[in-house]
Design a protein around this ligand. Structure first.
Ligand SMILES: CC(C)(COP(=O)(O)OP(=O)(O)OC[C@H]1O[C@@H](n2cnc3c(N)ncnc32)[C@H](O)[C@@H]1OP(=O)(O)O)[C@@H](O)C(=O)NCCC(=O)NCCS
Length: 165
């Protein structure tokens, strides 16, 4: 499959940290543009002000105030061995340079240290970048027709933790 972005050197100066409530405003400002469609309440404030310590913020060392990417995730309350990624996005100017993988590795590292042995994420089968991203990271997907409602099929991706062998 053809990559949407040209090969470029990995971003090697990423600073990764948990999210705080104040990150919501910038994420809100960029999310629709970065996704190329309205994300609506999928990116809810509660993932920042209540669940932020589970999430990951990425910025380049020289520009710590400029969000390069963000991951919203949490340890599952229903499945004690599971970590769950709800949402992640990367600045289009930095795509194809390992930022998305770095967000997942950081989240997976923390969750594994806290005893989680599996990670799950949903992907819309229509969004090739998200599907290919999860496949590249070694996730296995199962198509679930109508999982999020009529016509809202999703692929349920899972793989073991940690992410790095
Ligand atoms: C999906 C997304 C987060 C990927 O981020 P990224 O920083 O470009 O990804 P990385 O550079 O870390 O790539 C990791 C792997 O995924 C693969 N990949 C990423 N984007 C891809 C694409 N568009 N097509 C094919 N493969 C892709 C890469 O090949 C790479 O594998 P490799 O190491 O074998 O080369 C980014 O495209 C994005 O923000 N998209 C819009 C938001 C979205 O769809 N989020 C997911 C749903 S919540």
């Amino acid at each position: 499959l053809t990559r949407r972005v040209p090969a470029a050197p990995p971003v090697d100066d990423l600073v990764l940290r948990p999210l705080v409530a104040a990150d919501f405003a910038e994420a809100r400002a960029v999310a629709d543009g970065w996704f190329g469609r309205p994300v609506g309440l999928t990116m809810h404030l509660l993932f920042f002000d209540q669940l932020g310590p589970h999430g990951v913020h990425a910025a380049r060392a020289g520009a710590p105030a400029a969000m390069a990417g963000v991951l919203l995730g949490l340890p599952s309350a229903a499945e004690p061995d599971l970590a769950y990624v709800h949402f992640h996005m990367v600045d289009p100017a930095l795509r194809g340079r390992g930022v998305g993988a770095a967000l997942y590795r950081e989240f997976g590292r923390r969750m594994h240290a806290a005893g989680r042995t599996r990670v799950r994420a949903l992907a819309n089968p229509a969004f090739t970048a998200s599907v290919r991203f999860h496949e590249a990271l070694g996730f296995r997907g199962t198509v679930r027709p109508g999982l999020l409602g009529p016509g809202q099929d999703r692929i349920v991706f899972e793989r073991p933790l940690p992410l790095d062998p």
